[in-house]
Design a protein around this ligand. Structure first.
Ligand code: NDP
Length: 262
């Protein structure tokens, strides 16, 4: 599907895997030039080589960095400005969840989780804001249903995600009318995190399909399966696109119907 990004520039944090990579491919497929970042240099270089082959080297910029590193994120913004001349869309996707109950979560874990969830939004927003204002652009944050529907076995991730949702609402007001700010609330999407958890399963004879199906049944997902990264990417691209020009401060749930709140 073409989301109308011809002539536009998008930045995707955590673009080397899973939902971030699917988003990069969707945006490139819709005409954007895309800058992506992630920490692992080797994996990022491999991904960038494939993207450049598929979409053209001049449309892809890949930089290895940690989104929590303020100086590196600022330098990335300068690099994007020099290479592409601006930024129309920032997708804050980098990160991962933390599985731990209250009893298992020490102070250092709480601080690390709050730091990751909040500053993976704050640092890129600060760095790219001048360009986003200039372009009258958009921010899409990748967040989780846990923000509204906490899980006790992911206690600090849930609390941090609620804080992120609160921050985004404030940003959507403060940055309006120049920059739109929206989020997707994911349920379970079959990407990197779940691939890693599948690899660590107790019963190693269980196939990926069987493990995913049992997981969807256990979680009570009405659509009966995990989402695909491309399905999350479609929602992200829509919210960042001209088709969503009157949408800001909103959250779009991509969960196969998992939420229990109205
Ligand atoms: P993946 O593990 O497949 O991808 C995560 C990406 O983020 C990788 O490119 C990773 O690369 C990068 N990344 C992680 N930490 C940092 C960092 N500090 N700085 C820069 N890049 C970083 O995960 P998913 O695609 O599943 O997840 C994408 C987002 O969606 C995450 O924020 C996740 O928490 C969220 N989410 C996912 C759900 C799911 O079911 N999949 C559910 C709810 C939310 P590298 O390791 O090289 O840095």
């Amino acid at each position: 599907m073409d989301y109308g990004f011809q002539g536009r520039v998008a930045v995707v944090t955590g673009g080397s895997s899973g939902i971030g990579l699917a988003t990069v491919r969707t945006l490139l497929g819709s005409g954007a030039r895309v800058a992506l970042c992630a920490r692992n240099e080797g994996r990022l270089a491999d991904v960038a080589a494939v993207l450049k082959r598929d979409f053209g080297a001049e449309r892809v910029l890949a930089t290895a960095l940690d989104v929590l590193d303020e100086a590196a994120v600022e330098a990335f913004a300068v690099e994007v400005a020099a290479a592409f001349g601006g930024c129309d869309l920032l997708v804050n996707n980098a990160g991962q969840g933390r599985i731990s109950t209250f009893a298992d979560t020490g102070d250092a874990d709480w601080r690390a989780e709050l730091d990751l969830k909040l500053f993976s939004q704050i640092r890129p927003v600060r760095a790219f804001l001048p360009m986003l204002r200039e372009a009258r652009g958009a921010i899409v944050a990748v967040n989780s249903l846990l923000a509204y529907q906490p899980e006790p076995h992911m206690v600090c991730t849930s609390a941090a995600r609620a804080g992120v949702q609160n921050l985004l609402k404030s940003l959507s007001v403060e940055l309006a009318p120049a920059v739109r700010v929206n989020s997707v609330l994911l349920g379970l999407v079959g990407s990197g995190q779940w691939t890693r958890r599948f690899a660590e399963r107790e019963d190693k004879s269980q196939s990926r399909e069987a493990w995913y199906a049992a997981l969807a049944a256990r979680k009570g997902i009405p659509l009966g399966r995990l989402g695909d990264p491309e399905e999350a990417a479609a929602a992200i691209a829509f919210l960042g696109s001209p088709a969503a020009s009157y949408i800001t401060g909103a959250q779009l749930e991509v969960s196969g119907g998992l939420s229990r709140h109205i």
